[in-house]
Design a protein around this ligand. Structure first.
Ligand SMILES: [Zn+2]
Length: 112
């Protein structure tokens, strides 16, 4: 590990200066750049849930959600060059974005 240790000015975490950009650690940069998409995802997700519980057709909303998730994946890949790490960030973001509803699914249904 090269580079000195510095503090992220957002979360206060100590990270290597090589991972730091604009005073922010990678976690915070990913989180900040996904803020808009996360809000959009949450909006669509709630809408989808409303349609679903009302027995309406929510297929088209599901496709919009998938598009937002693809854009989230693209953004993460722009910021995180390591594929494995990018996958972990995406998984975490999607879990957070899908929120409670997602947590109700049995663990085995989460794959993919
Ligand atoms: Zn941070």
């Amino acid at each position: 590990m090269t580079g000195i240790l510095v503090f992220c000015r957002n979360c206060g975490k100590q990270v290597s200066s090589t991972e730091m950009r604009d005073g922010l650690c990678l976690d915070c940069r990913v989180s900040a750049s996904l803020a808009d998409l996360r809000r959009e995802h949450a909006r669509l997700w709630r809408k989808r849930e409303r349609y679903r519980s009302a027995g309406a057709n929510f297929g088209s909303i599901g496709r919009q959600v998938a598009r937002v998730e693809n854009r989230m994946a693209d953004k993460i890949r722009e910021l995180v060059s390591n594929d494995k790490q990018a996958g972990e960030y995406l998984k975490r973001e999607l879990e957070a974005a899908r929120g409670e509803r997602y947590n109700l699914l049995p663990p085995r249904a989460r794959g993919g």
